[in-house]
Design a protein around this ligand. Structure first.
Ligand code: ATP
Ligand code: MG
Length: 274
């Protein structure tokens, strides 16, 4: 069963794209088929850690939304990011894949789509098509921060919403708005992820505090990391630093997503039996 997972935050720069890229890589490395759609049309970026530069991109999500190409033509297999680096001892699975549907980084194309808009139903149709055609286990939506049309659409069609926040008062306020909207839209499962937490903070206490504020489970508390600053989105962090505390939290969030999907499969396979 495919799961649609939206990664969102009220404010920008919380780590959505890096968390999405790393969760997707973790799941693909263990044999899952994953796609990432960059719906951050205004400021796309997730193609960067996957090394998908302009010269390799003929069509983007924008072209699909303008009816210029099929969604397949705007889909790029970026699995080489992990397949070329399989080391001995790493769990190898041929089925695992990562596909990326990037947004355009051409200024003219960004302003055109913002000015003229697009048919949101096409986005949903494209997702459904990809899930079937690529036999996806997970489809990630990397969103633009704040509450806008794309966010609402992605929340409505998601099985799981992951909201990322930093331990920062402005983030706390904005997250309350996002959680409220998601509840009103009846998203089936919501989880919070705290990123850029100072390593000196007591993560268990922070987790409990955040859970009490929002009444939403915290899937993980990711530390602020100097290595992440140095990497500057030039690579997939968990591949470069497999033993780093940040990677360990990502691994546990990915385990949580795998468990959720397994539970859904069981319910699906044996309806009525418990
Ligand atoms: N735990 C961390 N420690 C240090 N730097 C981090 C951490 N997480 C993310 N970053 C850095 O923060 C910046 C923003 O990260 P990222 O692009 O993933 O966020 P985003 O939420 O997708 O941003 P935007 O809202 O602009 O799309 C990047 O430079 C990234 O390297
Ligand atoms: Mg981003």
């Amino acid at each position: 069963m495919s799961k649609i997972i939206s990664i969102h935050s009220f404010r920008g720069g919380t780590g959505k794209s890096n968390v999405t890229a790393n969760l997707a890589t973790n799941l693909a490395r263990t044999g899952h088929r994953v796609a990432i759609v960059d719906t951050d049309i205004q400021s796309p970026g997730i193609h960067v850690p996957f090394g998908l530069d302009e010269s390799k991109v003929k069509f983007t999500l924008n072209d699909y939304l303008w009816g210029k190409c099929s969604i397949d033509a705007a889909t790029y297999d970026v699995s080489s990011v992990f397949t070329t680096r399989q080391k001995s001892g790493w769990f190898q699975q041929n089925r695992g894949k990562i596909y990326l549907i990037p947004s355009s980084i051409k200024t003219g194309e960004i302003s055109k789509i913002l000015r003229e808009g697009y048919d949101a139903r096409l986005l949903n149709e494209g997702f459904r098509h990809l899930m079937q055609k690529l036999q996806l286990d997970y489809l990630f939506i990397d969103t633009h921060p704040g509450i806008n049309e794309e966010t609402l659409l992605s929340v409505i069609i998601s099985d799981i919403l992951i909201v990322i926040l930093r331990p920062d008062k402005q983030d706390y306020q904005g997250t309350a708005v996002t959680v409220d909207v998601a509840r009103k839209l009846d998203v089936p499962k919501m989880m919070l992820v705290v990123n850029k937490a100072l390593p000196s903070l007591n993560t268990e206490v922070l987790k409990r505090q955040v859970e009490e504020i929002y009444r939403v489970p915290v899937a993980g508390v990711l530390p602020v990391s100097e290595e992440m600053f140095h990497l500057a989105s030039s690579d997939i962090f968990c591949l470069r630093y497999p033993d780093h505390p940040w990677t360990k939290v990502i691994n546990s969030i990915a385990d949580n997503l795998r468990d959720t999907n397994q539970a859904a499969k069981k319910t699906f396979s044996f309806p009525g039996k418990r």
